[in-house]
Design a protein around this ligand. Structure first.
Ligand code: ADP
Ligand code: MG
Length: 717
């Protein structure tokens, strides 16, 4: 398959100017301006800016215009589209129709249907927040995220991005806390900016999420229960050629893959996702797509949508898109680089070093706040990305370590060191920072982006959180960053006000506060190799938290500082927070339980029967050779003996895995159950896998019941 199929004109669009159709399937500002009466459009913009709810009249009018627009585009159905805590997106489609006269229908879509939906929420995880008798959940339109149309094979559906809340307003999704955290960081940033004479009226967290993924041939993937049900291979001997040659990274993109990427991009552009960059990644058949950054809530919606598009378009191209953090043992896993910054409504990036002394003071203030945030909540950041999948990459010499540190680059480190020393003359002599407050030198971008081993790196005008897993929703990691930075900004601002109250000039007061923060947070700054063993030792010496795996990381959520950073600004109520912890545990346990079940079934019904058949055939041959009067060489007998022992051992490990699963399932306590899965079940699974991988190498290839790594990782041409 080398060309792009074009059931809906994709092929044509791939050769069209993107600007001519970008966002054509979104009810964006342009569409609204065109479709809404002027006063309604104004009222809507106003409500959007102030965060006030829409009046019923405005809602009715917007709903009508949205329906007309969607129907003109050929949509027949609508859905409230939301992000429950399963990590996937959820939707329930309704036709626009309603009874007109008996026996005939008309298309209708009311303001109340736009603003509020009531899906049966009882099957979505609530972490105990909702009793079944009040299982109702409500979806409420998030006007900050434009409605969009998804094209299915037989029709189109209007998707309305919504927040998902319980009967009493409790957050049941990833979006509500993210929006609340954006509010918190907005308020904190504005309060800080007031001291710098800024004129901003809003500050929004910005995010660009680079997404890595694997592609495998669909027909091959269909024959692997592990890829189908656990999204990663649970068994598979290493291929003869892995990524040793590193010839895949940034290599030329093969036509079959390019066709897929082009269609993905067209689908992205149509729904307003600003897909920008595509390239091959390090591992064979691993790729990356990166959009241009946007306000964090939009970036989060778009990343969820992008993951759906990747999977859907892959199927059309006879491929399967694997978003798992570690689909194949022995080759690099996939992550998501979450680039984060703060920008004012006037377009100023608060993490960009400026041209004037005042701008630079402001930059240093926001930089110091971010350092303070990570210093205080590095553990929480680690917990936010803890998952069964991410355990396979973090700290594994291919991904950032599980220890959270911040990389600033040499130039900025020198600046901060100079500030810490208070060494005015030295600092200006080195032309690093003139404490007479001349401008900072333009940071060499390259110099800031060399260290790929850091989990949280400053890259010139933004931070890059590199430890997020490829399948994870970015909403929660973003919520944590926003919450932690909001808290730190509040702290720095109150310190600043205190300094000013003692009679200091603003500039001197800012430097004093920055100096304090920089000194206090020094231990999380690390410029060296994050993969090195010595770093683990050094980090421990510095007292940095090091949660090696998800089991350890999930404990961090229980710490008082973690709870406080969310509850102080109302990002989570204590009940909402507890429910999240519960769900994280459940998800971890479920992921491991599914993996164990799938491996058990594969071993029992596919691999072991094949291995026994292989033994039988070999034994038969030896017997027949003997019967024919041919001396059977000892080497052949020994090989058969060795193989038999191996298969016997695999059988024993299978029994052990089953026992570990039964034991883990029966543990009631949340933490103990997580631990049982994360230790005994996981170890039993790994031990069984190791034997099966070894046996695979000896088994007759034609008897092996599944495609092997060599086939799965073969170039897609
Ligand atoms: P790389 O990390 O591969 O070198 P870039 O640094 O150019 O690539 O950009 C990576 C991602 O960071 C892109 O999605 C880009 O839009 C995003 N990005 C760039 N500037 C900002 C910013 N100020 N805030 C948030 N994200 C940003
Ligand atoms: Mg990057």
């Amino acid at each position: 398959m080398t060309s792009i199929p074009s059931p809906n004109g994709t092929c044509h669009l791939a050769q069209t100017k993107v600007s001519s159709y970008f966002g054509c399937n979104t009810f964006n500002d342009r569409a609204m301006k065109e479709k809404l009466p002027k006063d309604v459009y104004k009222a809507f913009r106003n409500a959007h800016r102030t965060g006030e709810p829409l009046s019923p009249e405005v809602a009715r009018s917007v709903a009508h215009a949205m329906k007309e627009w969607a129907m003109e585009k050929g949509a027949t159905h609508f859905t409230h589209w939301f992000l429950p805590m399963t990590g996937a997106t959820a939707e329930k489609h309704d036709a626009f129709i309603t009874w007109d006269e008996p026996g005939s229908v008309i298309e209708r879509f009311s303001g109340s249907q736009l603003i509020r939906g009531e899906p049966d929420a009882s099957s979505f995880p609530s972490g105990g927040l909702r009793a079944t008798f009040e299982a109702r959940g409500y979806t409420a339109w998030d006007p900050a995220s434009p409605a969009f149309i998804i094209e299915g094979p037989g029709g189109k559906t209007l998707c309305i991005p919504t927040a998902f809340v319980g009967y009493h307003g409790e957050a049941l999704d990833h979006k509500v806390p993210l929006l609340r955290s954006m509010d918190a960081v907005n308020r904190a940033a504005l309060a800080a900016l007031a001291h710098f004479g800024g004129t901003a009226s809003r500050v929004a967290a910005q995010c660009g999420a680079e997404q890595e993924y694997f592609l495998v041939d669909h027909n091959l993937a269909q024959k692997r229960p592990d890829l189908l049900f656990a999204s990663r291979s649970l068994q598979g001997a290493r291929p003869p050629k892995g990524q040793e040659l590193e010839d895949h990274y940034f290599g030329s993109i093969k036509d079959r893959v390019l066709g897929f990427m082009q269609e993905v991009e067209v689908e992205c552009f149509k729904v307003g996702i600003p897909a920008k960059t595509r390239h091959n990644e390090v591992a064979p058949n691993q790729f990356e797509i990166a959009p241009i950054y946007e306000p964090a809530n939009l970036a989060s919606d778009h990343n969820q949508l992008l993951m759906e598009i990747l999977k859907r378009v892959a199927e059309k191209h006879g491929l399967m898109c694997l978003l798992h953090e570690k689909p194949f043992a022995g080759v690099n896993g996939s992550g998501k680089h979450v680039n984060w910054s703060l920008a004012t409504d006037g377009g100023q990036n608060l993490l960009e070093p400026g041209r004037t002394p005042e701008q630079n003071l402001q930059f240093l203030f926001f930089l110091a706040a971010t350092l303070k945030a990570i210093h205080r909540h590095g553990g929480l950041l680690r917990a936010a990305i803890a998952s069964a999948g991410n355990d396979h990459r973090l700290g594994a010499n291919e991904a950032p370590p599980a220890i959270m540190s911040v990389f600033l680059g040499r130039q900025l480190s020198c600046v901060l060191d100079a500030i810490e020393r208070g060494d005015v003359a030295d600092a200006s002599e080195q032309r690093i920072l003139d404490f007479g407050l001349a401008s900072l030198p333009q940071l060499e971008k390259d110099a800031t982006d060399r260290n790929r081993t850091s989990p949280f790196a400053f890259t010139g005008n933004k931070f890059e959180f590199r430890a997020v897993g490829s399948s994870q929703p970015i909403a929660f990691p973003l919520t944590v960053i926003n919450a932690a930075v909001a808290e730190a900004l509040d702290w720095l601002t109150s310190q600043l006000e205190h300094e000013i109250a003692t009679g200091k000039e603003t500039a001197a007061a800012v430097l004093a506060v920055v100096r304090k923060a920089v000194t206090e947070t020094k231990c999380i700054r690390f410029e060296g190799n994050g993969y090195a063993e010595e770093w683990k030792v050094e980090a421990e010496g510095r007292g940095l938290p090091h949660a090696r795996d998800a089991v350890a990381a999930l404990h961090i959520f229980e710490e008082a500082t973690a709870k406080e950073v969310f509850t102080r600004t109302g990002i989570f109520t204590p009940e909402e927070y507890d429910s999240r912890i519960h769900i994280r545990h459940e998800q971890y346990q479920k992921a491991l339980s599914i993996e164990a079940q799938v491996l058990r079934e594969m071993a029992e019904t596919l691999v072991l029967p094949a291995l026994l058949e292989d033994l039988r055939l070999r034994a038969d041959t030896l017997v027949k050779l003997g019967a024919a009067g041919i001396d059977v060489p000892e080497a052949l007998k020994n090989a058969l003996k060795g193989q038999t022992l191996l298969v016997g051992e695999a059988q024993e490990h299978l029994v052990a895995l089953k026992a570990a699963m039964v034991r883990a399932e029966s543990v009631d306590d949340l933490h103990a159950c997580t631990k049982a899965y994360g230790t005994t079940v996981k170890q039993a699974q790994e031990a069984l896998r190791e034997l099966l991988d070894q046996a695979e190498k000896d088994c007759a290839a034609y008897l092996w019941p599944m495609p092997v790594y060599r086939e799965l990782l073969a170039p897609l041409i």
